[in-house]
Design a protein around this ligand. Structure first.
Ligand code: PGA
Length: 267
């Protein structure tokens, strides 16, 4: 993690927790992360729980995210939810292009880009996911695949440096317990940072790049110490407030150590 970028820890609940248990989990997350003032904390419940979870988070530092969204403002799109509807209930963030949506719901790079544009235009902060499959990694295609996915939306998020976040999630590490090594993750994060730098220094300095894929209290310390890893997008370990807040606590501790070793104001 780098001092210029506040660590961001986001929980992707996927299709887990309805409104009742979601309110409980969100309240527990708000309470157990309240002291971690150097870390931005986000939870992404399913659509049906957003409204009640938003209420439960009132007055806390935890921000609300959706897991998906339709790019259009309204219309005949049965089963879909528009950007304005998310804003209305207090969503500040939306996860876009998650590998499960790409693989199971046919979201192409072009569809993801359209959604990213709609989120940026509406003022919702996208967390855009990229990542290679096991096949692609084994073929030595990791950097090419991630670059292709990135290039579809980089110019769109360049309008407001730091507004969007990017999540590198190797598909083979998601929900498998098989976490990327710190070196594997940092290599891809560094490539993403270089692509951001090619747009301009503000993009590279301000855009948070999260790691996702079996991130847990056990492996968070090593990953979050890497220079280009600015936080995490957490699935399984976000379903228990205790595990999720331990990852946030690790991010808080590392951020604190960085400030001590490199004080902003010299005495
Ligand atoms: P996981 O999921 O932490 O359960 O691997 C991460 C994600 O899919 O965002």
């Amino acid at each position: 993690m780098n001092q210029a970028r506040r660590p961001l820890i986001a929980g992707n609940w996927k299709m887990n927790h309805g409104a009742a248990s979601g309110v409980q989990l969100a309240s527990d997350v708000a309470r157990t992360t309240a002291a971690f003032g150097s870390v931005d904390v986000v939870v992404a419940p399913p659509f049906s729980a957003l409204w009640k979870v938003a209420d439960a988070l009132q007055g806390s530092r935890v921000e609300l995210s959706a897991q998906n969204m339709h790019p259009k403002a309204s219309g005949a799109f049965t089963g879909e939810v528009a950007p304005g509807m998310l804003l209305e209930i207090g969503c500040k963030w939306v996860i876009l292009g998650h590998s499960e949506r790409r693989a199971m719901f046919g979201e192409s790079d072009a569809v993801v880009a359209e959604k990213v544009k709609a989120a940026m235009d509406a003022g919702i902060r996208p967390i855009v996911c990229v990542g290679e499959t096991l096949d692609e990694r084994e073929r030595g295609d990791t950097l090419n695949v991630v670059k292709r996915q990135l290039n579809a939306f980089l110019s769109i998020i360049a309008d407001k440096p730091g507004f969007a976040a990017i999540a590198y999630e190797p598909v083979w590490a998601i929900g498998t317990g098989k976490v990327a090594t710190t070196a594997e993750a940092q290599e891809v994060h560094a490539m993403i940072r270089a692509s951001l730098a090619a747009i301009g220094p503000a993009m590279a300095e301000k855009t948070r790049i999260l790691y996702g894929g079996s991130l847990s209290p056990k492996n968070a310390d090593g990953l979050l110490r890497e220079p280009d890893i600015d936080g995490g997008l957490i699935g399984g370990a976000s379903l228990k407030a205790e595990d999720f807040s331990k990852v946030a606590e690790t991010a808080q501790k590392i951020a604190g150590q960085r400030l001590v070793s490199r004080p902003l104001v010299s005495s």
